[in-house]
Design a protein around this ligand. Structure first.
Ligand code: NAD
Length: 485
């Protein structure tokens, strides 16, 4: 029997009050590796009370002491890099190399949060009027709820709780029920680093826990990362309940390849961005728009490169493409491929031919002749399916991409500075890549989608995260000059 996961409340592993458990699979083998509780509102109530109690003490701990715990945590995580990466591959399916990259990105967030003392310093002015000065102090906001997706079980939670707790908040994480194991390890190591009980809590589950986070008066802010529809719901419900909400949502990222680009570099990076992590990345390349003059040559390179991809269990040497997360994700992808054909796109590489039985696999799939009124262009497929669109020039490439409701990332391959500038000024996207495939910013920059890829004001990471997880107090004080004899 697979192990039943527990919630982490007040520094203890606590059995959920639920009767409902969901299976957690290794998507590369279909093996059930754990069962996750679909926790109840009673479980959430317990966690929120514990977090609130811990917050009352934690907020008084000097920021330098809090940062020291984060600093120690960073080193502990580094020592566990291999173990964490293997766990990610097991529950998510991505290759070990990609998982190692994810661990590294997560650790960078902890490293950034360890700088909390300087990051939360306020501003002051010694003299705003005669004998009057003003100073701005930052304080935590209370209990923060985090809701994370399956595709980055380490990195995405690390966008949230390290900074939230470094600046003095308590945190309740609801990991994805499809990839809940990594969170367990993150909590265990955080307590090894010396975090007091109750500051970081995990409540596993689905809707009830999400609604607990959105409705409970104890929760003051909500960080969400996931799909567009759920993000919209989370943003609306959380805001209605007067909470701060940031919701990072879906994507349909376009890459433009111009005729003056290094085509080998572009093909290598587009293939990696489209099929790495089985296309299950919010920064995945979903559409490549190619200038007519080079389209035949470029498409040939894409196909050749996709043909050489090794698919399989991400823990095996040389495997690049792992499975998608679940049988339903695979079925959904196959339906999209059929839909693409029905709507008139041309399949130049059919991943349906490679579906080994032992996991939820779909091979690299490439469509040509894709048009912007097709479902495969409009929807986020979130699978190893790439669409190619031929365009006259850069202007048409930008106009095509800008028709999408999403605007997360966008890339350009070119050797022209003028084209880069035109692209930067005109493309709708929060994150832009120049001659690279996945422009995911590092921890000290904001992770920022536009349009339907983000709901809220302050993005994840960077200075935005400090603003999101703190509130300000401005003190204006008069000190009349003393009269001396
Ligand atoms: P998802 O929206 O299905 O799930 C995200 C979280 O919401 C999970 O914890 C899940 O349990 C919860 N949830 C799901 N359905 C819910 C519902 N009806 N009511 C309440 N809660 C619900 O997303 P996913 O499939 O886990 O992740 C993939 C999505 O995440 C993609 O759309 C991807 O683009 C997006 N994503 C975005 C970013 C970004 O930075 N913009 C980063 C990573 C992933």
């Amino acid at each position: 029997m697979a192990r039943k996961l527990k919630n982490f409340i007040n520094g203890e592993w606590v059995e959920s009050k639920t009767e409902t458990y969901e299976k957690v699979y290794n998507p590369a083998t279909k093996e059930v590796i754990a069962e996750v509780p679909i926790s109840t509102s009673e479980d959430f109530e317990e966690a929120s009370q514990s977090a609130q109690k811990a917050y009352e003490q934690w907020k008084k701990v000097p920021v330098s002491k809090r940062a020291r715990i984060l600093f120690k945590y960073q080193n502990i995580l580094l020592d566990h890099t291999e173990e964490l990466a293997e766990l990610i591959t097991k529950e998510n399916g991505k290759s070990k190399k990609e998982a190692l990259g994810e661990v590294q990105r997560g650790i960078e967030n902890v490293e950034f949060a360890s700088g909390a003392p300087t990051l939360i310093m306020g501003d002051s002015l010694a003299s705003i009027a005669t004998d009057i000065e003003a100073a701005n102090y930052r304080y935590p906001i209370g209990v923060v709820g985090g809701i994370s997706p399956f595709n980055f079980p380490m990195m995405v939670p690390c966008w949230m709780y390290p900074m939230a707790i470094a600046v003095g908040n308590a945190f309740i994480l609801k990991p994805s029920e499809k990839a809940p194991l990594l969170a367990e390890k993150l909590a265990e190591l955080l307590h090894e680093a010396g975090l007091p009980k109750g500051v970081f809590n995990i409540v596993h589950g689905a809707h009830d826990v999400v609604n607990g986070i959105l409705n409970h008066p104890i929760v003051k802010a909500v960080s969400f990362v996931g799909s567009r529809s759920v993000g919209e719901y989370v943003y609306k419900r959380g805001s209605e309940n007067l909470k701060r909400v940031q919701a990072l949502t879906g994507a349909k990222n376009h890459t433009t390849v111009l005729k003056d680009a290094d085509l080998d570099l572009a093909a290598r990076d587009v293939i990696s961005a489209a099929f790495g992590s089985a296309g299950e990345r919010c920064m995945a390349c979903a559409v490549v728009t190619v200038e007519d003059d080079i389209a035949d040559a470029f498409v040939a390179k894409l196909k050749e490169s996709a043909d050489s991809i090794k698919m399989g269990n991400g823990l095996d040497d040389g495997v690049f493409l792992g499975p998608v997360i679940r049988e339903e994700a695979k079925e959904r992808t196959l339906k999209y491929i059929e839909k693409g054909l029905e709507e008139g796109a041309t399949l130049i590489r059919d991943g349906r031919q490679e579906q080994p039985d032992d996991g939820f696999f779909v091979g690299p799939t490439i469509f040509e002749n894709v048009k912007t009124d097709m479902t495969i262009w409009k929807d986020e497929i979130f699978a190893p399916v790439l669409s190619v669109i031929r365009v006259k020039n850069l202007k048409e490439a930008v106009e095509t991409a800008n028709q999408s409701e999403f605007a997360n990332g966008a890339c350009i391959f070119t050797t022209s500075a003028l084209s880069v500038r035109y692209f930067r000024e005109n493309i709708d996207a929060g994150m832009i890549g120049v001659n690279l495939g996945v422009p995911a910013p590092m921890a000290f920059f904001p992770f920022s989608g536009w349009k339907s890829s983000f709901f809220g004001t302050l993005h994840a990471n960077g200075k935005d995260s400090i603003d999101f997880y703190t509130r300000k107090k401005v003190v204006t004080a008069r000190y009349p000059e003393p009269e001396f004899e």
